[in-house]
Ligand binder design. Structure first.
Ligand code: PLP
Length: 445
């Protein structure tokens, strides 16, 4: 419910305004945030993140755990929130694990993924005692077993499987198809072979199978299909080895709203239907129902984020949408350049004004592909206006770069109108931090 004095438009994007007619995010006036912290600015609504963590936990009930996929947005403050909400973490690199440990996240609630984990990452996982290592291939299986033996530590293992499910999403974020680079192939028997190898290793403890079929998925059926396939695999594994799968991890991937018309199923419906699919256990030769793990990222933080930019220039040429250039772009949000991802936006300083022109929202990077939103209807835009782009909480900051040597933006966390920095704005000095001029170049002669 909007607070007193605030108005909320119900259609997408979710525009809340205050008595000054400004956009409000997490109770804070967007223009005040701009004045205080500058632009470009990532803004994260803390309550929106917590609400989604709770929705997932409640939907899962006692049937298993929700592991936040930190690849969507990984900062110490975000991981603290996730920890407070009692979720686990789904991590894919030593850097993410280091961030989690620095944030005080308990390693036993961490799952470590990755299709090419380094020895250093495996060592860190074994030494710190992460909850599960999700093994992706035979080579890793051998290296992990050797590492576990070396440290004399038992490691709980899930095996990643490519289940042969095609999710209807962009090909670059589809991962469950048979020819995927991720996981043991199901059709050719690799998954069972990997299980047999795991069971032969005294320091590896097999907990179950994992699959992740893709991201920004707007229908439940592909997961229901994946759940059934994985339960069939568990039944065959049981027959073949006598082992019971304790956990089934179906990854993440639930889509969010980016533009009008995006209608993802709710968190509750998704979790409930997937739990039901293939989970009958019961009669016949089927083993008991395993504990469930889900690894959502985007659907926890995506809609909780808004990026604020200042318009620097407007180029109007008759016959084409006006180029509205903002002070950010493909380095803080590469998703249009990567997968033609679409977004919605309004002017934060006058969000309720009627649209009057069609614009192409571009950034300040030296690429024609530096597009934030290719077609957007806005009031007549002028330099100095502030553009708010919605649903940028996931895969924006975490995919950002310093391309063209622009320092990365700051990120603030807003709650009940209060804002706090959770990522400092980078400076020019940060750009030079890792540069070295070797002795051979130090003299100008
Ligand atoms: C193994 C795994 N789990 C979870 C996720 C999170 O997906 P999403 O952010 O779409 O929920 C990904 C994303 O690529 C993934 O590869």
């Amino acid at each position: 419910m909007p607070q007193q004095g605030l108005q909320q438009r119900t259609s997408w994007p979710p525009v809340v305004t205050n008595e000054r007619g400004h956009l409000v995010i997490g109770g804070a006036d967007a223009m005040d945030l701009v004045e205080r912290f500058g632009t470009p600015l990532y803004v994260l609504d803390e309550q929106a993140v917590r609400v989604r963590c709770r929705a997932y936990r409640e939907a899962m009930g006692g049937a298993g755990v929700i592991a936040y996929a930190a690849k969507a947005l990984c900062t110490q403050a975000v991981l603290r929130i996730v920890d407070q909400e009692g979720l686990w973490l789904d991590l894919v690199s030593g850097g993410e694990l280091h961030t989690a440990l620095a944030a005080g996240f308990p390693p036993e609630r961490v799952l470590l993924h990755g299709n090419n984990k380094s020895d250093e990452e495996l060592r860190l996982a074994v030494e710190t005692g992460v909850g599960r290592v999700v093994v992706d291939n035979f080579h890793e299986l051998e290296r992990l077993a050797a590492m576990a033996r070396r440290f004399g530590r038992r490691v709980r293992v899930l095996l990643r499987v490519a289940p042969g499910v095609e999710a209807h999403t962009h090909e670059f974020i589809r991962t469950g198809q048979q020819e995927s680079k991720f996981g043991f192939d199901l059709a050719t028997g690799q998954a069972l072979e990997a299980l047999e190898h795991t069971l032969a290793e005294p320091y590896l403890e097999w907990y179950g199978f994992h699959c992740h079929i893709g991201s920004q998925i707007l229908a439940v059926e592909p997961w229901e299909q994946a759940a059934r396939i994985m339960m069939d695999l568990a039944a065959v594994a049981h027959q073949r080895t006598g082992q019971v799968m304790r956990e089934l991890d179906l990854g993440g991937g639930l889509g969010i709203r980016y533009v009008p018309g995006d209608e993802p199923p709710s968190i509750e419906e998704t979790v409930r239907r997937i739990r039901a699919a293939g989970g009958g256990g019961g009669g016949g030769a089927r083993p008991p129902v395993p504990g469930r793990i889900r690894g959502p990222g985007r659907s926890i933080v995506g809609e909780a984020g808004v990026t604020l930019y200042t318009v620097g220039s407007v180029k109007r040429v008759r016959g084409i949408p006006a180029y509205v250039a903002v002070d950010g772009g493909m380095a803080d949000n590469p998703r249009y350049a990567l997968y033609r991802a679409l977004y919605s936006a309004v002017l934060a300083n006058r969000p309720l004004e009627e649209p009057r022109e069609r614009v192409c929202l571009v950034g300040r990077y030296c690429e024609s592909g530096d597009i934030v939103i290719p077609e957007l209807d806005l009031p007549v835009v002028e330099p100095g206006d502030v553009v708010a782009v919605f649903s940028t909480g996931a895969y924006n900051y975490s995919m950002s770069s310093q391309y063209n040597r622009f320092p990365r933006p700051a990120m603030v966390l807003v709650r009940d109108g209060e804002a706090e920095i959770i990522v400092e704005r980078e400076t020019y000095e940060d750009l030079l931090r890792h540069d070295r001029i070797p002795p051979s170049l130090q003299s100008n002669e």
